[in-house]
Design a protein around this ligand. Structure first.
Ligand SMILES: Cc1cc2nc3c(=O)[nH]c(=O)nc-3n(C[C@H](O)[C@H](O)[C@H](O)COP(=O)(O)O)c2cc1C
Length: 334
């Protein structure tokens, strides 16, 4: 399958792995790239630009295919040294960066001068248009379903993707709720040139996280995520657990007066506790509604091959069949 994204990124399948804190290490990024998608190392999980340079080198040892780095621009007072991170990305020969959080405008000249393709991940049409205007090569359009930060508009992909298709001239990929061949075909039908997946890639053999995390994803249904931090306008979709229940209780008590200090214990430093130690009640960690569609732990290659095979079957038999007047495939998907 060729799309504007496979051609832009030099990859075989239109499937990107979104940056994930404490998940997007070299092992996962290399596995996704080796399977024909685009793997992404999460830049800020590496505490310094030097450590990121080492992680890029480690990934390069595991794959000769293209891979990217995620740079999340956080609303913090003490910003990480982004120019040094960008230098590490450039010197590591990485040609694709997924930006997220705040607009990457300030860093676009450095990224473009390094010949890097920039995919900005955002949750609204207006931010997508801004990304296009400042020279981003593509956008990752993240719907309300997504694990992590869905923004404050609560716009699901069924509306967000066709709205993006109507407005954008640069290619975009669909992010949030993507899990299988059905998601890919639906995203393509709605105007996207591929998909970005987060949560689904955690439930794979190569994802370098504690087994408890994968087991929790298998056990959870689409009813088990919660939205937290709305009062701070920093809404995050997370998997519920005891820490999240505590957090929601505090949010109820404090109402509009909530401050980040009130929920410090439930949100700060949670990722290593969950992903490394497997402490599943530690607090808030991102997880998408798509968890309801996760029922196994395949290798990354098995997952990607399965998605592509299912997408092909859907397009060639189910959809083409309808056009030919054959209704037999109407309910049969796999
Ligand atoms: C555990 C986890 C950690 C994440 N960390 C980041 C991050 O550090 N930076 C970022 O831009 N996106 C992050 N995301 C969002 C993903 O890159 C992706 O946009 C999202 O997971 C897509 O929705 P899905 O989970 O439904 O596939 C994270 C998602 C998860 C599930």
């Amino acid at each position: 399958m060729k799309t504007a994204i496979t051609e832009m990124l030099g990859i075989e399948h239109p499937i990107v792995q979104g940056g994930m804190h404490y998940v997007g290490f070299a092992e996962l990024a290399a596995a996704v790239s080796n399977a024909g998608g685009l793997g992404i190392i999460t830049g800020l999980t590496q505490r310094t630009p030097e450590l990121l340079a080492k992680e890029i080198a480690r990934c390069r040892d595991m794959t000769d295919k293209p891979f990217g780095v995620n740079l999340t621009f956080l609303p913090t007072f003490t910003a990480p040294p982004y120019p040094e991170y960008i230098a590490a990305i450039k010197e590591g020969g990485v040609r694709v960066v997924e930006t997220a959080g705040r607009s990457p405008e300030q860093y676009m000249p450095a990224l473009k001068a390094a010949g890097i393709k920039v995919i900005h991940k955002c949750t609204s049409v207006r931010h997508s248009l801004k990304a296009q205007q400042i020279g981003c090569d593509a956008v990752s359009v993240d719907g309300f379903e997504c694990g992590g930060h869905p923004g404050e508009d609560d716009m699901p992909n069924m509306i967000l993707l066709p709205r993006a298709a109507d407005e954008l001239t640069i290619p975009f990929i669909a992010s949030g709720g993507m899990a299988d061949g059905r998601s890919l075909v639906a995203a393509l039908a709605l105007g996207a040139a591929g998909v970005n997946m987060g949560t689904r890639f955690i439930a794979t053999k190569e994802a370098p996280v504690h087994q408890n995390v994968k087991d929790a994803l298998l056990k959870a249904t689409e009813l088990d995520t919660r939205l937290v931090m709305r009062a701070l306008r920093n809404t995050e979709r997370v998997l519920t657990n005891k820490g999240v229940e505590r957090l929601i209780e505090i949010e109820r008590e404090k109402g509009k007066n909530l401050t980040i200090q009130d929920i410090h214990d439930e949100v700060a430093g949670v990722y290593p506790k969950v992903m490394v130690d497997g402490d599943m009640d530690a607090g808030a960690w991102s997880c998408g509604l798509v968890v309801g569609l996760i029922h196994d732990i395949p290798t990354v290659k098995e997952l990607i091959d399965r998605i592509m095979a299912e997408a092909e079957r859907l397009i060639r038999s189910r959809l083409t069949g309808f056009l030919d007047g054959d209704i037999s495939g109407a309910r049969k998907v796999a």
